[in-house]
Design a protein around this ligand. Structure first.
Ligand SMILES: N[C@@H](CCC(=O)N[C@@H](CS)C(=O)NCC(=O)O)C(=O)O
Length: 240
């Protein structure tokens, strides 16, 4: 029997949602383990030698990072492919995936943690379907500390969030162009770049200050075809 695959995640993390969807698409069995933040910052380095999630463990094999994991999943279960076989298309998907991992993911982290620092009570909504069920008053109590800690880890601030918001339309244009040229956006065959980019779009849409920028965009439609909306909401005025 193959070893059980364990996915280590933090609830609400967009790259974790991307990897989880990849596992589902491939029909791979897995166990999800959600660290309650900020415990991940202590426990992930002990277990994986790195602080970030997603990470997977399969027997003695350990991997950290959404792109490394998705490449490995293509080896473990080749169909349906996350990285296309056609070399030209694969190159485009790899490029979009890389940009999503190294640039675009951080936009959502900078916005959400800056926003939650100003409106910590919103963390209650985002935690509603977490593995660790804490009563709402307990989440409300720890939310300011969690938000401030995460904002510090991500080096974000209200000023940085405002700058991120201004730069966002051009970044969404880039994703919509990848949909237009067929790099991503085939709902019947989501690839690694779909999961990487659209998981971030989905998280962005949970923030009221960002919604207007996303409305009617092809990337929002594509994200909504892959996932139901996120339960939480960052209220208007939290950013900006
Ligand atoms: N870009 C990397 C990093 C992911 C990343 O930064 N994940 C965040 C959650 S969305 C995290 O682990 N943050 C915790 C921390 O930095 O301590 C990936 O896709 O795996």
């Amino acid at each position: 029997m193959p070893p059980t695959l364990r996915l280590y995640a933090v609830h609400g993390s967009h790259p974790c949602a991307a990897v989880e969807r990849a596992l589902e698409l491939k029909g791979l069995e897995y166990r999800l383990l959600e660290w309650p933040p900020p415990l991940h910052a202590v426990l992930q380095p002990l277990l994986f030698g790195a602080r970030t999630v997603p990470a997977i463990k399969r027997g003695s094999e350990k991997l950290v990072g959404s792109r490394r994991i998705m490449h490995r999943l293509d080896e473990l279960a080749p169909e349906p492919r996350l990285y296309p076989e056609d070399p030209a298309l694969r190159q485009r998907v790899e490029q979009a995936d890389l940009w999503g991992d190294e640039q675009f993911q951080q936009v959502a982290r900078d916005l959400i943690w800056a926003g939650l620092t100003r409106r910590p009570a919103a963390l209650v909504g985002y935690s509603r379907d977490a593995q660790l069920k804490l009563p709402a008053p307990a989440v409300r109590l720890i939310a300011p500390i969690v938000a401030r800690g995460a904002a510090r880890l991500n080096r974000t601030s209200p000023a940085k969030a405002r700058a991120r918001l201004e730069a966002l339309p051009a970044q969404l244009d880039r994703i919509d162009a990848w949909i237009a040229d067929g790099t991503i956006g085939d709902p019947a065959h989501p690839n690694a770049a779909d999961l990487q980019l659209l998981s971030t779009v989905r998280l962005l849409y949970s923030m009221a200050d960002v919604r207007q920028i996303l409305e009617r965009r092809p990337c929002l439609v594509a994200a909504q075809a892959l996932w139901p909306p996120i339960l939480g909401e960052l209220p208007a005025g939290a950013i900006g």
